[in-house]
Design a protein around this ligand. Structure first.
Ligand code: PLP
Length: 384
C-alpha cells in the first residue's frame, strides 16, 4: 500500500526533546521540564468530583454532536463574564480539544487548494493540519517590532482565503490588542477571507485581559480549549464559536468526523468552569514563575526576550549563542538536566536561533531550572 502525499506531514520536534528528557530521567537523572506546553496541575478538584458522581449515575454514552446543551450555555455565559459579549449558545460547538476545532473549521471553511495565512513563529500543527487537508499554508515572517504578530500591511498584496491568528500566541505569549485585532478582521472582510482566532491561552494573561475576536465581529471563527487555563490537556475538550450561518455545516461535519467530544470530559469541563478559585491559584503560580523567568533568564545569558502578555512561554533569541537550536537544546539537556524546546517547530528558518522556555510547572522547578541554567551558561557564553 502507498502512503498519501498529503499525509506526509513533519514530526513535532518538541516530541523528540520530550523523548530525550524521558530517557535522561529513565537513566536516573533529575530533569526540569521547561519544554512541555501543559500545566503540571490536574483538572480542578470540583470538576473531578463532578465526574466521579456522573460515573456512578450516568451511562456517559454519545452526546449530541454540538455538545451537551448545558456546557454550550455555560461557555456562552463565559463570554459575558470575561468580555461582556452577549453570545447565543446556539453558536457554540464543543469539540475534541482545539485540535478537533481546527479540523472542523478548516473543513467547514475551505476547499482543497485554498490559501490560509499563518504568522511565523506559530504553533506548528496549524500548517500540518492544513497540509493534511490539501490546503496551502501561507507563512509570513512576523517582525519583532510587531511583537511577532502579523499586521495588515504585510498582507495587503497577498491573495488568501483565510487568516489564522493566535493571541496570546504560542511560542511568544504576545497578544493582539483590540485595534490590531480590528485591523486584521477588517482586512479579511475586505478580501472576503475567513478570520480564525485561536484563543486557547485566554485566561492565562498577566497585565491586560486578552481580546476575543467576538468583541470585534460576529463574522469570525473563534477557537478555544479546556486544555490550558482549565488545566485539562488530556481530556480532549475544547470549543469553537461560529457565525450563525455556519452552525449547521459544522454540526454535519462534527457528526461524521467525531460523533461528539468525549462525554466524560464534557461533564468535567462544565464543572471546571465554576472552579474559579483553584484556577486563579494556578494562574498566580504562572505569574510568579513568569516574574522569576524574566529576572533569571537574562542572568543566564538569555537576555533577548520580550515579556509575554499571556500563555506560559518565553521565546528567546539565542542566535548570539548558537546557529543550531536543536543541538543547543540537546547540549543544555545534557549539561544541566533542563529540557527546553528549539524554535524550529515554530519557525523552520529563524527557529535555528531561538529557544522556547515553558514556565507552566511548579515554582520550585522554575527556581531550580534557572539556577542550573545560570551555572551552566556562566562557563558557556559564546558560540562554540
Ligand atoms: C496555540 C495552540 N493552539 C492549539 C493547541 C492544541 O491544544 P488542544 O488540542 O489541547 O486544545 C495548542 C497546544 O499546545 C497550542 O499551543
Amino acid at each position: 500500500m502507498q502512503n498519501s502525499r498529503r499525509g506526509a506531514v513533519d514530526p513535532f520536534i518538541v516530541m523528540d526533546v520530550m523523548e530525550a528528557a524521558r530517557a535522561a530521567e529513565a537513566a536516573g537523572r533529575s530533569v526540569i521540564h521547561m519544554e512541555v506546553g501543559q500545566p503540571g496541575t490536574p483538572a480542578p478538584e470540583g470538576a473531578r468530583r463532578a465526574l466521579a458522581k456522573a460515573l456512578e449515575e450516568d451511562a456517559l454514552g454519545y452526546t449530541v454532536a454540538l455538545g451537551l446543551p448545558a456546557l454550550r450555555a455555560r461557555i456562552a455565559k463565559l463570554y459575558g463574564e470575561w468580555y461582556n459579549v452577549d453570545l447565543d449558545p446556539a453558536r457554540v460547538v464543543v469539540t475534541p480539544g482545539s485540535s478537533g476545532a481546527f479540523l472542523l473549521a478548516f473543513t467547514g471553511l475551505f476547499d482543497a487548494g485554498d490559501r490560509v495565512v499563518l504568522g511565523k513563529p506559530g504553533y506548528p500543527s496549524y500548517r500540518q493540519i492544513l497540509r493534511a487537508l490539501d490546503l496551502e499554508p501561507v507563512e509570513i515572517e512576523t517582525k519583532p517590532e510587531n511583537r511577532l504578530q502579523p499586521v495588515p500591511a504585510e498582507l495587503r498584496d497577498t491573495a488568501f482565503d483565510g487568516l489564522l491568528v493566535a493571541s496570546p500566541s504560542n511560542p511568544t505569549g504576545t497578544m493582539l490588542n483590540k485595534d490590531a485585532m480590528e485591523a486584521l478582521v477588517g482586512l479579511c472582510a475586505d478580501k472576503g477571507a475567513a478570520f480564525i482566532s485561536d484563543e486557547i491561552y485566554h485566561g492565562v494573561e498577566y497585565e491586560a485581559k486578552a481580546v476575543t475576536a467576538l468583541e470585534v465581529s460576529d463574522d469570525v471563527v473563534v477557537i478555544n480549549s479546556f486544555s490550558k487555563y482549565f488545566s485539562m490537556t488530556g481530556w480532549r475538550a475544547g470549543w469553537m464559536v461560529v457565525p450563525p450561518g455556519m452552525v449547521r455545516q459544522i454540526e454535519r461535519l462534527a457528526q461524521n468526523l467525531f460523533i461528539c467530544a468525549p462525554h466524560a470530559s464534557q461533564v468535567t469541563a462544565l464543572a471546571a468552569m465554576d472552579c474559579e478559585e483553584e484556577l486563579q491559584g494556578n494562574l498566580a503560580v504562572y505569574a510568579a514563575n513568569r516574574k522569576l523567568m524574566l529576572e533569571g533568564l537574562p542572568k543566564a545569558g538569555f537576555d533577548r526576550i520580550a515579556p509575554p502578555d499571556g500563555a506560559f512561554y518565553i521565546y528567546a533569541d539565542v542566535s548570539h549563542l548558537t546557529d543550531d537550536s536543536r543541538a543547543f537544546a540537546a547540549e543544555i539537556l545534557d549539561g544541566t538536566g533542563v529540557a527546553v524546546t528549539p524554535g524550529l517547530d515554530f519557525d523552520p528558518a529563524r527557529g535555528a536561533g531561538t529557544l522556547r522556555f515553558s514556565y507552566a510547572r511548579s515554582t520550585a522547578d522554575i527556581i531550580e531550572g534557572l539556577a542550573r541554567l545560570q551555572t551552566y551558561m556562566a562557563t558557556r557564553q559564546q558560540k562554540p
